[in-house]
Design a protein around this ligand. Sequence first.
Ligand code: CP
Length: 301
Amino acid sequence: MHFLTLDELTVEDIYEVLHQAEALKNHKPLPRPDLYAVNLFFENSTRTKCSFEMAQRKLGMNVLSFEAGTASISKGESLYDTVKTLEAIGVDVAVIRHSEERYFDALKGKVSISLINGGDGMGHHPSQCMLDLLTIYQEFGRFKGLNITIAGDIRHSRVARSNTYALKRLGANVNFSGPTAWRDPDMEEISFIEMDQAVKESDVVMLLRVQHERHAFGENFTKQEYHNQYGLTLEREKKMKKNSIIMHPAPVNRGVEIADELVECERSRIFKQMKNGVFTRMAMLQYVLAKREETKHELIN
Ligand code: CP
């Protein structure tokens, strides 16, 4: 059993993980020292890597250290052989972040270790999506009928892709906002609105990081021009709906997609998202490991 994309879960499964994440906030689970986890990050990460490790430790699991830079991948070993090796030495679950979209297709059905996708290129980011869903659910107690604007570099964002489809399945109305050049031709069915309209109509304004590694500022606009035209400025925040919230997966470019002062303002849930990330990832690990144990039990009987 793996946790690779949200499409693989039913709506009932999504709610099960969200309710379990909420329960874990107030309930310490029995430690599982019999279980071994490893986090294979071939792309940089602070939040996802550290909060998965925190989640594994809070579940009382053993966590193996793995650094991509010093692993035998640098000698040419494939991802498949790396995962098979970890499986052979007794690892139960591997969290993987990789720059290649759908890297997991080469592993599915061929490894018995459970895999959790920590982000695949521009493809999917299921744990970010689940923690975003938890943050919205805690705030509003529902998804149906909520207006959610996702703003920024839609085309290159695995967060936009995962969140859009999950939120729509759960009944929310999703719009995009941002530069025309960053629209995603695969998601043409989602309406684009100006940021001035988005702040007036949205219950959630979800900002995305401008990915400097993909776009050189100065080509189309300066940081200040981006902020003024597409960003959440101090003036725009004043026009946001009553009880609406600001979200961002982080890392944040303060003063670009969001005014520096708004990152920690009353409406911002940015650091709450990170806190929720630990409980969400604990629930995801428990979900995967429970299914894994069910499968083993079925094989024995
Ligand atoms: N939001 C997110 O995925 O952050 P990291 O890249 O730091 O893991």
